[in-house]
Design a protein around this ligand. Structure first.
Ligand SMILES: [Zn+2]
Ligand SMILES: [Zn+2]
Length: 205
């Protein structure tokens, strides 16, 4: 599930376009006829929720092959903190894949069950399970960060062609706010320029 967000100005009533928080995109060599084709770049196919699986099939890649070949993008919409403009950022990333994730989860469950069996204490087993899940989640994140760093070093031309760094196309500011970030300070409104714009979650897609 992905949250749908919108910023509303409390002074002039301006509403920003609706946007979902981060999604994945696949870089393709030839344009693909797909509902996920990016509006501004037909070499990017966005894995829109809840059609990620079928859109991914249309591209002919899997998460693993797309990661390995430097074709997986993390796409995120952000608000400029200087002028309130909503814009897109893109970064080449890599995923560790379902098999490795499943192995890590199974390892955590096995650890918890073993402690439960040896100590005959459910709470001890549960504590070990939680600790193991947290540790393995950390290891998984670390593996993905290392894989992403390798992919980004290996495909500099793709980074140059497809990545979009956080930099506002209107005012050039690099200060931004993620859609779901909890920052109580109001954003400036692109229409009336007052700092009275509030980000709200308006739905789930
Ligand atoms: Zn700006
Ligand atoms: Zn306004």
């Amino acid at each position: 599930m992905a949250g749908v967000y919108c910023a509303k100005c409390l002074s002039c009533g301006y509403e920003s376009p609706h946007a979902t928080d981060g999604s994945a995109g696949i870089i393709v060599d030839e344009p693909v006829k797909s509902v996920g084709t990016h509006r501004e770049n037909n070499r990017i196919v966005v894995l829109m929720h809840p059609l990620e699986g079928s859109i991914l099939q249309e591209t002919g890649y899997t998460m693993r092959s797309a990661s390995r070949e430097g074709r997986l993008l993390h796409i995120e919409k952000v608000f400029c903190r200087s002028c309130g403009r909503l814009y897109e950022t893109r970064k080449l990333v890599a995923r560790i894949g379902c098999v490795l994730s499943a192995v890590l989860v199974l390892a955590a469950v096995a650890g918890g069950a073993t402690v439960w069996y040896l100590t005959s204490r459910v709470d001890a087993g549960f504590a070990v399970l939680c600790l193991a899940l947290l540790t393995l989640a950390f290891i998984g994140t670390l593996c993905e960060a290392v894989a992403a760093s390798m992919v980004r070093r290996r495909f500099p031309e793709r980074r140059a062609a497809y990545e979009l760094k956080p930099c506002c196309p209107d005012c050039g500011s690099t200060k931004y706010r993620s859609l779901k970030a909890f920052i109580p300070r109001r954003l400036p409104c692109p229409k009336c320029r007052q700092r009275t714009m509030k980000v709200e979650m308006v739905g789930i897609s």
